[in-house]
Every structure is written in C-alpha cells, then in structure tokens.
Design a protein around this ligand. Structure first.
Ligand code: NAI
Length: 720
C-alpha cells in the first residue's frame, strides 16, 4: 500500500507501507501507480517525494510472490511512468533501498539518502538480475565499472559511498523526508530534461572490450558455475552497446532465462532456509519461540589452538568480556599475538579501533573462569582430556554457567554426564577459521535444557553465525555426512581414478575445493587419528599387505599408507598432491603418488578402469545425500533445510545448487534411489550405498517437493 498526503502546500508525499521492509508487493505497486497519478493530476502539487514508512525506503521485490502468478501492475512501466512525470519526483531514502527499491529510486529524478542508509542491487544473490531497469540505468548514472561491481556482487553500499559514486545526489544527517520535501520545493520549477537517467548516454570506457572480458573472467572464476553473475555482465554490456529500450529488452530476456533456471529456485530456497533454521525445535517439543535464552555478558574459551583462537576473536568482537585459558606457555604466547593480529585486522577492515583487544584476559589457570556465564571448550579432540576438563569446569564455574564443547564428533552426552548439571551442556561446533566461517552447529543431547540451546543459538547469532540446532550423534550432521563422501573418493582411487580427476569433477560441480585438495589442507593426520582410535588402522601396513576389509565392510587403507610416510598434506609439503614447500598452498600433481597408486592397485589385484565425472559425482554426492536422509530419519536434523544450510555455510556446497537435500529433489529422488541401488549392487560390501528407507518412502509417495518432506518424516516417526 502507499499513502498519499500533500505537505508544505505543494509537495505530494507518497509513503510506502508494507512492513517490515516496504517490499514491492502487488498492493504496494498498485498504491504507487494510484498515488503517483493522483499527485501528477493535482494542480496544487508541483513536486513529489516518495519515502517508506518506519524509516525504511524499500527492501525490494516481494520474494514471496516469486513463482506465483504475479498480479498487480508490473514494476517496469510503473518506474517508467515516474521517470516520465512532468513534475520532479524525489526519493527520500532512509534505512535501505535494495533491489527493486533502488530501481524505483533510480526512476525518480533526484535521490536523497540518510547518512545511515544502505543501497544495493542484491538480486544476483537470489540467482536473478535487477530487471526493473537496474542494469540499464545504473551504468548510465555511475559508469560501467562501478555498475558492474555493484550488480555482479550484489554488495550494499553506504550512503557516503553512494554519494561518491553518484548514485544519490545528497546525504541527509537528520530527517531525510524533511530534507527531501525542502529539496522538492526548491526544484519544483526546474526542467527535468537532464534528470531522466534512461535518456543518458552510457559512458563507453576506452578499454571497453578488455573491461568486459576481465569482468566476465572474474565472475566466471568466482561464480563456480552460477549463471546469474554472468547474465549480469551481459545485461550491463547491453546497456553500454545498445539504445536504452533495446537494452531493456535484453535485460528482460536474460531475466526470463534466470527466472526459470533451477539456480534461482535453489538460491531462493537457501534464502528462506537460512531464516527457517533459526526457528529451531527439538524432538522433545522445545522450540525457539517458547525457550528464553539467558544473557551472556562474559564467556570463556578453554584451549587456544587453531579453533580456540578464532572462537575468542568471534566472542570478543561481540563486545563481551572473554577469558582465554591455555595450559601450554608457548601456545599461550603465540595465541595472544595471533588473537591480537586477528582483532586488529578485523577492526581495520571495518574502520574501527580494535576495542575488542581489551576485552580478552588470558590465563594458564582454569580457576579464571569461575565467574563467566558460558564456557566454550576447544582442547585437543581427546575424550579422556575433555572429560577431565568438563569435571573441572563443573567444579569451578558459578552455578548456572553453560558448558559448551567445540568437539567435531565426540559424544556430547558423555561429556554432559561428567558434570553436575548436564542440562547446561551443549555442543557449539565451529568451523575453521572460527572467526570467519559462518556456520555453527549447536548440538543438543537428551538432557540439554531448551534454555541452553536457546542461549547457544542466540550467542551464535550475536557472533554473526548461521546457527543450526542438531541432535547428538557421531559427527553430528556435517561431519557424519562427510564420512561416506570421503570413503567413496578413496574407493574411486582404488578403482582407477586419480585425485586430480575426482577433484576436478567436484570443483566443476561448484565446490571451492575437491575432496583431496581439502584433505591436504585440513591435514590427513586428522582422519588417521580418528581411524586409529576406532581400531581401523592396521599397524605396519606399509610393509605388509594391508587388508581392504574391516568387519566385512570395504575399507581403503590409502590414507593410512600416506600418513605412515609422513604425508600429512600441505603442512608437510606432501599429501595427495605435492607442494613447493611445507605450508605452501599450490597443489601440484605428484608423479610419486601416481606410481604408488599403480603399485597399490597391482598389489591388490585391482584393475584400473575408466571413471568419468558423472560417476564421481553420483558416488560421492549420492552417498552423502543418502546419509542426509538417514539423519532426517534418525531425527538428528529437524528438516532438510537444516542439512542444506549446514552444507552451504560450512562445507562449500555451491549455494546455487541449494544444498544436498534440495539438490536431490532437483535431480529427482527416484534417480538418486536408482543410482544408489545400482552402485550398491556393484559394491555389496559398502553399507553406505544401501538406500535409506526414508528415501524409499519418499519415492514411493511420489517424490514430494522438499518443503513437504517433514510431513513424510513425521508420519515415519509416528509409526516407529
Ligand atoms: P589444537 O591442537 O590446535 O589446539 C588445542 C589446544 O588446547 C592446544 O593449544 C592445547 O595446548 C590446549 N589444551 C590442551 N589441554 C588443555 C587444557 N586442559 N586446558 C587448556 N588448554 C588445553 O586443536 P584444534 O584444532 O583447535 O581443535 C580443538 C577442538 O576443536 C577439537 O575438539 C577439534 O576436534 C575441534 N574442531 C577442530 C576443527 C579444526 O578444523 N581444527 C574444526 C572444528 C572443531
């Protein structure tokens, strides 16, 4: 809706009204059309101001309308009518002007923004482009390079940057609407000939071809297969090479392709899934809206290794006091330096002074955590050590302190049982580097109180994380699904693939790194230690003939064999690949490994066969998806959205493919099932390939879309 009033005698004031962000729903568009008509037809009105209620100009299109039969007046002619008006129209931008909101403002003759406002065209992040003239007007207004940057990245700019770029004409410190009305009065009689952006010639830079070639190369590299950034470049190119109306046609054409692509659907799904996961619920009925978090003013981190340092930074950046405990003197000294460096760099990036530096106090002694509200333990992944630390914490901390563990896979319930108040214990599983990576798995056990979960979820949000509440099981959601995925990659090597082939297939799919490059980065020794702990590694296997079966299940000792040779990945300069020196990051093919693999196959009587990208994807991804279905069946994740958000934010799953469970729906559940059955028959000693009963049930019930899986899961649980 849009409200119309006349102010200061001759200014028609149009106020968009659609909380919370005044999105351009059908009713709002109709409101704008009607009120603009009224203002233009009113002889007393000499100029017009458009603003939004509640201090927000407009957050853009109403995403809920996507995929429905759009009713109401379309945006493009509405904006054209504003631009063509014979009375000056001023956009008064408070809060934000995003997407269609900014396009609306670009159709106005003047733009005044509040100093705190943010502007941007984020459509690309939803798999789309600004298709209400944004790709045609913005380059005409601010030039091709700046427009390309804003449109292909979707980044928001501050009012100050918008002024510098020329997106807005003025910045107001106080009431933007008052300033805009005053301004509208002053320009009432001025000619509008030079104010209609669509009539501007698009500046054509001298290095035109090189500029677009460079832009295309850049987006192709960073987009990892996403098509929207490429279409954005094509649309801006049309602005620079065609007359305005033809450019608009091209914009429309490109938008139509994007709109019907699976990628836009996947990205929009992610947008909603990200919001859905904050509305968590537990199998015992506890929920986000009935569980009250407790405020955390002071927190502690135990163990300042790789993870503890990042966690301390993330906590201090929220402004709270942090106690950091580390028993090793050398580690403590190094950690202090590393943490200060991270905080200083973080503050510099945000143009702040590193106030958070003074929020951290360091200690060798666990007694220092006596008065904190919440502790996050990040000592070595060793159950005996963690048990001891939890016993100590339970004795030292004041009553009511929440005790959290950053374990990657150990049993959170078991740790809880070491404390006097197991209801205060939850997992807070961060991802490396913890101050950068967005994902946080909040792991609850059967005894965790709803308040402990709510507090950890809220703290995650405060730290800028996307937090997902999950149940307790080995590896929780993310690492549990990763296990069969890595296992398949090892098997593929045995059968004829190379690390290069497997990685290329996965990287072309959209992962930033294939499984072997990832393994080299995180260290082969990590998995080796876990397999040793599980009794899977046969000692001295390098000298003898390691078996390829464990308790009747196929097992690949390849990773163990590399570790026995001291090949731990990047840190030792050798792993699945070779590196110039230890710590170097550029992976190069390693002839040693290739001949080692050939010998290994010969020793085991394995005949290499040709493996193509399709098989790599089907085996690695479908087995991971199958484990995702098991997780849903077990009630460890509340819904497919939780799994998908974990994979998109924590494991580099390409966002434009929506997450593994959404992807399964796109491929077709029946296809996933059929391929799993096919591979299971070929590899009967690999239990992970056995299709899960939830997948079978979903296929039997007609493969419903992903948003309806919860009903099937509920039915399944009620029958158990
Ligand atoms: P790390 O080996 O880098 O650091 C562990 C630190 O804990 C060391 O500095 C050690 O001196 C200290 N420590 C040991 N006992 C202590 C005690 N009693 N009191 C205080 N400090 C003590 O280990 P990292 O990689 O930081 O892992 C920590 C935890 O985080 C583990 O449970 C791990 O599974 C988990 N994790 C690790 C991830 C990674 O990528 N490295 C990712 C997610 C979780």
């Amino acid at each position: 809706m849009a409200q119309y009033t006349r102010v200061s005698g001759s200014v028609g004031l149009i106020t968009l009204q659609n909380p919370p962000v005044n999105a351009l729903s059908a009713a709002v568009r109709q409101g704008i059309v009607d009120t603009v008509k009224r203002a233009l037809g009113d002889p007393k009105v000499k100029s017009v101001v458009i603003c939004g209620q509640n201090g927000i100009f407009c957050g853009g299109a109403d995403i809920k309308e996507f995929g429905t039969n759009m009713s109401g007046p379309p945006l493009v002619p509405m904006i054209h009518a504003i631009e063509a008006a014979n009375k000056p129209v001023v956009a008064a931008i408070e809060g934000s002007a995003l997407g269609g909101g900014l396009e609306l403002a670009l159709g106005c003759h003047y733009r005044i923004a509040h100093s705190k406002a943010r502007l941007g065209l984020p459509e690309v992040s939803l798999g789309l482009l600004p298709a209400a003239g944004g790709t045609q007007r913005l380059p005409r207004l601010i030039g091709v390079p700046a427009a390309l940057d804003l449109i292909t990245t979707g980044r928001h700019v501050t009012a100050a940057e918008a002024l510098q770029l020329g997106v807005v004409d003025r910045v107001a410190e106080h009431s933007t609407v008052d300033a805009a009305v005053k301004f509208a009065l002053s320009v009432a009689a001025k000619s509008l000939d030079a104010r209609r952006i669509s009539t501007y010639p698009c500046p054509r830079p001298s290095d035109f071809d090189a500029l677009f070639e460079g832009a295309m190369q850049k987006v192709r590299q960073s987009a990892r297969g996403a098509i929207a950034p490429v279409a954005c470049v094509q649309a801006v190119r049309a602005a620079a090479t065609r007359p305005y109306l033809q450019g608009m046609e091209r914009e429309k054409e490109l938008m139509a392709t994007l709109f019907t692509s699976g990628q836009a659907r996947a990205l929009q799904y992610c947008f909603f899934a990200q919001r859905a996961v904050s509305k968590w619920n537990m199998p015992n009925g506890a929920r986000w809206d009935t569980s009250k978090p407790r405020p955390v003013h002071k927190a502690a981190v135990i163990g300042l290794g790789t993870m503890g340092r990042g966690i301390a930074v993330a906590l201090a950046q929220t402004g709270m006091s942090v106690v950091a405990v580390e028993t090793q003197e050398k580690q403590l000294m190094e950690a202090k330096q590393a943490v200060s460096g991270m905080l200083e760099r973080g503050a510099k990036r945000r143009g702040l002074t590193p106030a958070a530096l003074h929020k951290i106090s360091y200690s060798h002694d666990i007694q220092a955590v006596a008065d904190v509200d919440l502790v996050i333990e990040a000592v070595f992944e060793d159950m005996a050590l963690k048990k001891k630390v939890f016993q100590q914490l339970s004795a030292v901390c004041k009553p009511g302190t929440f005790l959290c563990t950053n374990t990657s896979a150990l049993d959170v319930d078991h740790l809880a049982s070491q404390t006097r108040n197991p209801e205060l214990v939850v997992g807070m599983h961060f991802f490396a580097p913890a101050h950068v990576m967005k994902l946080l798995e909040v792991v609850y056990g059967p005894q965790s109180s709803p308040q402990a979960v709510a507090t950890a979820m809220q703290l995650g949000k405060k730290m800028g994380k996307v937090s997902v509440a999950v149940g307790n099981c080995r590896g929780f959601v993310g690492n549990r699904m990763l296990k069969p995925y890595i296992e398949q990659a090892f098997f593929l090597l045995e059968e004829g693939a190379t690390p290069e082939l497997v990685d290329r297939a996965l990287e072309e799919f959209g992962f930033p790194m294939g499984v072997f490059r990832m393994s080299d980065l995180s260290g082969l020794d990590v998995g080796w230690r876990v397999r040793k702990g599980d009794g899977l590694v046969e000692s001295g296997s390098a000298s003898g003939q390691p078996t390829r079966l464990r308790e009747g299940r196929r097992y690949s000792p390849l990773g163990d064999l590399l570790c026995e040779q001291g090949r731990f990945g990047q840190k030792t300069g050798r792993g699945w690949y070779q590196y110039d020196k230890p710590g170097s990051r550029v992976a190069r093919s390693d002839p040693w490994f290739h001949s080692f693999l050939e010998e290994y196959r010969a020793r085991h009587g394995l005949v290499a066969r040709r493996i193509d990208h399709q098989e790599v994807l089907e085996r690695c991804l479908y087995v991971l998806i199958n484990e995702g279905f098991r997780i849903l069946e077990d009630g460890i994740a509340a819904g497919p959205e939780d799994i998908d958000i974990i994979y998109v934010f924590g494991y580099g799953w390409p966002r434009h493919r929506g997450g593994p469970m959404f992807y399964a729906g796109m491929v077709g559940l029946a296809t996933v099932l059929e391929r799993l059955e096919h591979y299971r028959q070929a590899h009967p000693d690999v239990p992970y390939l056995q299709p899960c009963s939830l997948l079978r049930r979903l296929v039997a019930s007609g493969s419903p879309p992903v948003h309806r899986w919860r009903e099937v899961i509920k039915k399944l649980h009620s029958q158990l």
